[in-house]
Design a protein around this ligand. Structure first.
Ligand SMILES: *Cc1c(COP(=O)(O)O)cnc(C)c1O
Length: 397
């Protein structure tokens, strides 16, 4: 059986998204900046897509800027706020220790330019509190950037409450909503956010297409200089096919949140319950305040990478959520941020489902993970030490 359980890494494009894209690759291939009709058809489609994306998140079309994806949107949001802050002598930014690298590495670059960065600790349940944000805001804070939902452990942050605090203190608030868009309802007015990033390939749209929402009045810095596209904030001929397809995917995904949303949640809970039977393993992050499709687990006495390779042999595509894949032996910064000890963080497994995942597949995944974990533990010197009492268990049985 082949089971794709890595929808947090990327998703398969939906048929709707593929079909929406095709006319703009061939018949309507024109450049939206051209004045003749095939160019204008592309321009109309581009603006219709902008209006559709805006409607889904309750924004205005003029507040949507198309980008090459989530990373670019995160970079542009943060660097724009920093540029405005710098002008006023405000060079303090607040974020969290478990952001995506698109945020953390951008903040690191700003640190080298003399910005002071406060990374809030994340509680063991995978959530930061509005009080932490309130306590960290200073006179010279120019931006708070906190992700909507974490990409490894799926926990959802109290964005609305954090937004209220930022609004009352007149500090710009950006949220990386790449994991949330198309998966949970988003209303930028209700959430009090000033900027929000999203990426099409995380909700069954194409890779290489994303959007930045920036509230009217927020001054954006252009990262790419050239033509006057995207209201002069993002030069380069627009990826019309990708943008049209993203809008179709987002509308479709958002429309399914209510009805199909129930399916991944019940399957997710079935998976959590099944994996919960593995001794000395624990769910990462709060069981309820998490994305409908996310299950993230740590198991004592195993290496995440071996687990992934053996699951791949059984047809299961999963992720460890650790940085090992990028050639580094450091465990995931997210798992360390929620207080997992190094040796446990190495034994992590992230399974992310979508609306097409079936009960049969879930049961197959549960049985396979159980098999592989006991196989690996039988070979592990670390596990032997735990069994012999030479090492202390971290988790309760
Ligand atoms: C995937 C992801 C990104 C990066 O988006 P790309 O479109 O791949 O650049 C940023 N933030 C989060 C939370 C993500 O999950």
């Amino acid at each position: 059986m082949n089971v794709y359980c890595d929808n947090a890494a990327t998703t398969r494009m939906s048929k709707t998204a593929v079909e929406a894209m095709l006319p703009f690759l061939y018949d309507n291939f024109g450049n939206p900046s051209s004045l003749y009709s095939i160019g204008q058809r592309a321009k109309e489609a581009l603006e219709a897509a902008r209006a559709d994306v805006a409607t889904v998140i309750n924004a205005k079309p003029g507040e949507i800027y198309f980008t090459s994806g989530g990373s670019e949107a995160d970079n542009q949001a943060i660097l724009s706020a920093a540029a405005q802050g710098e002008k006023k002598g405000k060079k303090h930014i607040i974020s969290t220790a478990f952001e995506h690298h698109a945020v953390l590495h951008t903040l690191n670059a700003l640190k080298k330019r003399g910005f002071e960065i406060t990374l809030l600790d994340v509680h063991s349940d995978g959530v930061v509190t509005p009080e932490q944000v309130a306590n960290a805001i200073r006179e010279d804070t120019c931006l708070v950037t906190i992700m909507y939902a974490n990409n490894e452990i799926g926990t959802i942050q109290p964005i609305k409450q954090i937004g209220e605090i930022c609004r009352s203190k007149k500090v710009l608030f950006h949220t990386d909503a790449v994991q949330a868009a198309g998966h949970v309802p988003i209303d930028v007015e209700d959430l009090n956010v000033d900027m929000l990033s999203m990426s099409a390939h995380k909700f069954h749209g194409p890779k290489g297409t994303g959007a930045l929402y920036a509230r009217k009045g927020v001054i954006l810095t252009s990262l790419i200089n050239g033509g006057a596209q995207e209201n002069r904030k993002r030069a380069g001929t627009e990826n019309v096919a990708g943008i049209v397809s993203m809008a179709a995917a987002l509308k479709e995904a958002a429309g399914q949140i209510g009805e199909n949303g129930k399916k991944p949640i019940s399957l997710r809970n079935r998976l959590i319950a099944g994996l919960g039977e593995i001794p000395y393993g624990e769910l990462n992050g709060d069981a309820d305040r998490r994305l409908p499709g996310n299950v993230s687990f740590c198991c004592e006495g195993i290496e995440g990478e071996s687990l992934l390779l053996m699951l791949d042999d059984k047809g299961i595509s999963a992720s460890s959520g650790s940085a090992c894949t990028s050639g580094s032996l450091d465990p995931s910064h997210v798992l360390l941020a929620i207080g997992r000890p190094h040796e446990v963080a190495h034994g992590s497994l992230r399974l992310t489902l979508d609306a097409d995942t079936t009960e049969e597949e879930i049961d197959y995944v549960i049985a396979s993970v159980k098999d592989v974990v006991s196989y690996l533990r039988n070979m592990s010197p670390l596990w032997r030490d735990l069994v012999n009492g030479k090492r202390q268990h971290v988790f309760a049985k």
